[in-house]
Design a protein around this ligand. Structure first.
Ligand SMILES: [Zn+2]
Length: 362
């Protein structure tokens, strides 16, 4: 497991440059007599390869296992250190456990299934690209090519036993302010200041923890050309996440209202754009994917830890497309940083969880 994981983690393949890891997996599965299908998500989202799909025949309804191929930062030259069961990098790179640990536990479990030849459920393995850029690969997936209606996603950087049963919906916004350029010293009257227009709109957007179910952020602001030019263009981006759809509608409406007011007052033009960043979901305790996981955890004497999580993952995209998808803890911690780490024993537990999940339901 250690060898498998560090070999996968050390393959340098950040978002939109996943080809090296995709090639590696294609070769790995081919050597085991399994066919790897690649879809056209790469063309759709600008990556050098697509999502990978591997179908493993078995009995019963197919079950889907998912991990993402990309890492958030390079892992080239990764120097793994194993000390008292904990794997970390030497501090020069991230470890890449997010999400190569997910890939590793799936591969390890598949190897066991093939070796032991015991009956198991049919499997669909899905390896997505560009998850870290907002689940771009999952969003470009052709869901009609998938038969499984239940999925486990191995991409939650929390302790083993954790599972995300609820996430908010995220709305991304992008507001374009169009004024009119003029020399601010010689002809200020001829200009319409896009930045002045943006200020009241920005002030009207609540930021931070808005209420018990809602957070919001203004993320970027771009615009202006020089200190002596009235800025004719400003772009502001941000997002809001809430468990309450009415709150999201109200916030969206209030941003639109303040845009209208500011545009009228300054005689300029403001175009606010909104899109769903990810769709929220709630999986109840009696949902079959949750029930099955809890039964497996009980057999392994691991306590289940249901999480309400404000972050998005491929699980949001799968759930929005009619597949019951549970994102589960793989034991990793400090993702996206050079302090990232994972316990070798947790990797083994992850593979054991897959073993039990893929048993034929009795
Ligand atoms: Zn991840």
């Amino acid at each position: 497991m250690y060898r498998l994981f560090v070999d996968l983690a050390g393959i340098d393949a950040v978002s939109l440059h996943e080809k090296p890891i995709a090639d590696h997996l294609t070769d790995w599965f081919s050597r085991r007599g399994l066919t790897v299908e690649m879809d056209d998500a790469g063309q759709k989202c600008g990556s050098d390869c697509g999502n990978l799909l591997v179908r493993i025949p078995g009995t019963d309804e197919p079950l889907m296992l998912v991990a993402h191929l990309d890492t958030v930062a390079p892992t080239a030259g990764l120097q793994p250190i194993l000390e008292d069961d904990i794997i970390r990098s030497d501090g020069q790179t991230i470890l890449g456990a997010d999400n190569r640990a997910g890939v590793a536990v799936i591969l390890y479990a598949v190897e066991q299934l093939l070796a032991h030849k015991r009956p198991h459920r049919s499997l669909e393995l899905v390896f997505t690209i560009a998850e870290e850029l907002g689940m771009l690969g999952a969003l470009a997936l052709d869901f009609s090519s998938l038969q499984a209606r239940e999925a486990y996603i191995f991409d939650c950087s929390r302790e083993i036993g954790s599972y995300v049963f609820q996430t908010p919906t995220a709305i991304d916004f992008d507001i374009d302010f169009y004024g009119k350029a003029a020399h601010s010293g010689v002809n200020p009257e001829r200009g319409i200041n896009a930045l002045s227009m943006a200020l009241p709109v920005l002030q009207a957007i609540p930021v931070g923890r808005v209420d018990a179910k809602t957070v919001a952020n203004i993320g970027t602001i771009r615009g202006g050309q020089a200190i002596n030019v009235v800025p004719d263009q400003v772009e502001v981006t941000g997002e809001m996440r809430s468990f309450d759809s009415t709150t999201l509608e109200k916030l969206t409406q209030s941003i639109q209202d303040s845009c209208l007011q500011a545009a009228q007052k300054h005689n300029g033009r403001i175009e606010p754009h909104f899109k769903v960043g990810f769709q929220g979901f709630t999986l109840s305790q009696d949902n079959p994917v949750v029930e099955r996981l809890l039964r497996v955890l009980e057999r392994l004497e691991i306590s289940g830890n249901p999480l309400v999580y404000y972050g998005g993952s491929d699980a949001n995209v799968f759930n929005a497309n009619g597949i019951q998808a549970l994102n589960i803890g793989i034991g990793a911690s400090n993702p996206h940083s050079t302090d990232e780490q994972i316990a070798l024993s947790d990797l083994l537990s992850g593979a054991q969880i897959i073993q039990y999940l893929t048993e034929v339901d009795r």
